[in-house]
Design a binder for this molecule. Structure first.
Ligand SMILES: O=C(CO)[C@@H](O)[C@@H](O)COP(=O)(O)O
Length: 228
């Protein structure tokens, strides 16, 4: 089971490279074996070209290394926080994909301008709020999972399987590492389409309101809210 999870997690890491979502060692993917209480995550700073299943780091839910000779990703705390808060997810992927990162740096939710977005994200993709000075010096900056969990109060993480960490970059998740990588790829695609949509028609927020009323309700989305 654990060996298979290492392979699946490696495949998720390599998928986001294959789709052009990460440069060099940016980003990281992880998977969880909830029965064993173990998380498998990409090692920190290792070039994807050299990555092997045996390089993957295994930790318990508190981040203690159970298996592996390399340091776990610097985003481990965020992955662990999301697994504890979103109990139905089985994989998390973090990238610095260009368009989603641009929306994150702009501090804006990605509006749902069309069904391409709405088929995967049943609402605007939320962006976390800017951190206060105290938070920048505290745990929040090391564990962006806390900001994500705060932003997802009242939002079903499986209805909207992705987020923009303000000033940083996107995280996506799913029931498996493969699903998480898939959602990360689609998140970048809808971020790019939304960016171009705004350039083509700055008044296009009307579409988003129509989608919000009709499309999401039809799909039983549990959360809709305004854009910031
Ligand atoms: O953006 C960040 C730091 O949060 C990471 O995605 C990136 O530097 C990759 O770090 P790791 O190699 O996973 O430790």
């Amino acid at each position: 089971m654990l060996e298979r999870l290492k392979e699946e997690t490696l495949e998720a890491n390599l998928e986001v490279v294959k789709r052009g979502l990460v440069l060099y060692t940016f980003g990281n993917a992880s998977g969880i074996d909830r029965d064993a209480g173990l998380v498998v995550i990409k090692p920190s700073g290792v070039d994807y070209d050299e990555l092997k299943p045996s390089h993957m780091v295994v930790t318990d839910m508190e981040g203690n290394i159970v298996e592996g000779d390399l340091r776990p990703s610097s985003d481990l705390k965020t992955h662990l926080a999301l697994y504890k808060a979103f109990t139905e997810i089985g994989g998390v992927v973090h990238t610095h994909s260009e368009h989603a990162t641009a929306w994150a740096q702009a501090g804006r939710d990605i509006p749902a301008f069309g069904t391409t977005h709405a088929d995967y994200f049943h609402g605007p993709v939320p962006c976390t709020r800017p951190l206060t000075d105290d938070e920048v010096n505290g745990e929040y900056v090391l564990n962006t999972g806390l900001a994500i969990i705060e932003r997802f109060k009242g939002i079903d993480p499986l209805a909207i399987p992705g987020v923009l960490v303000g000033g940083h970059a996107p995280f996506a998740w799913g029931r498996t590492p493969h699903d998480a990588a898939h959602n990360a790829v689609v998140l970048e695609a809808v971020a790019k389409m939304a960016f171009m949509t705004v350039l083509l028609n700055s008044e296009c927020g009307v579409t988003s309101a129509l989608l919000d009323r009709h499309y999401f309700r039809k799909h039983g989305a549990k959360a809709t809210y305004g854009q910031n």
